[in-house]
Design a protein around this ligand. Sequence first.
Ligand SMILES: [Zn+2]
Length: 423
Amino acid sequence: MKLVIVSIDGLGGEVLPYFPRLNQLKKRGGSGIFYTSPPTLTPSTWASIFTGKTPGEHGVFGLYKIQQNWDKTEVKATDIEGETIWEYFYRKKIKVVAISLPMTYPSFMVDGIMVSDVTRHEEVEQKSVTYPSDLYFNLIPQFTPLFTLKPMSYFPEGGFKQEEEVYFFIERLKKILTLKEKLTLLLVEEVDWDLLWVHFFTPDIIQHPLWSYIEEKKENKICSWVISFWEKLDSCISKILYIHPSVGRFVFSTHNFRRAKWVLNLKKWLKERRFNSVKLWKRYFRGMGGIKEDKVIPDKKLLYVKKNKPKIYNQLIHELYNLTHPTSSFPVIKKIYNPSSLYPLKCSPPIPDCILEFNHFFTSMDGGYFGNTFLPQEPGRDFFVGTHSPYGVYVVEGLKYFKGGKNISPQEVRGIILKELEK
Ligand SMILES: [Zn+2]
């Protein structure tokens, strides 16, 4: 049987009612919660989806790969340890069309077509963006925005100065939806396929800066523009899902959103607490402060202890649990996980020592050595007004073996797909 999967970056239960066609599908089929355990970061979640394994096995935890010499490099598909679903499909001659899935750059070799997602990559080798590699050069004239999409480039610097800017921000992202739909309809005609899998990243770009408006659910203009985006997305998704009459259909989002009011600047905090120190003469070059001594390496919600492990680790845990916001005195950290308490560690080191789970209204980023330790996130002004929450949703219809109803995790997705595609 053929299978069509549509994955959405950021769709939760409270937003689902704005997707009328998807709701019809839910009524005919099944649904449930897609729960992603901490860290709710895209690379680790998608490496789990592709391998069916935990980060402890596939070795992808954060947005960076910490190399054995402690260098920090952008995490890529080639950092995933173990066999991915794509290598398995190639071996089993399962034909695929995969479009814009996270953690697929550099593109895997497939029996069919793969267009990888390059939104998080600074340096991209053109010949590795698609498989087959010459496809990229044929697509580029018509589909350039799909390959140059960078979340922050759509958000105006310093925030939205007028309401109209929000409108244009959403309209630009709607055009990306149209292009993605066009690309999908074009590629499915090119090759025969057993699995069509298309990913939509744009809801994430909309919800990060506009989540406060959505959460308030006020009858305001901004909310109505966001709803019009969702309706368009719903229509695109439904065209893709019904591309063929007799297919299994699987729609999921690995996360939802929640309000963020403060972002903890980890680099600044580590420097303040003397875990790391910075050469002062570099101050002249703002943001370029060279590290003099780094005992702890941050990566978004992860911390790697580099030196004097047990001593620094204990001190770090103690200070993090005691960390409160300076004006509200609210505790910042909800829980600190040591990966070894979550799953067996079989991947190659370094492995993060702390996975941070934040209390309501807080999140973190690597940050810089200067500026504020807590960055307040104001609606209209900042991009991280919304942050990821672990409760996404899924909807299925016409699957032979999986009817939905229960919670699923990223590790379970691979098994669900393989069962349906077994010939
Ligand atoms: Zn996001």
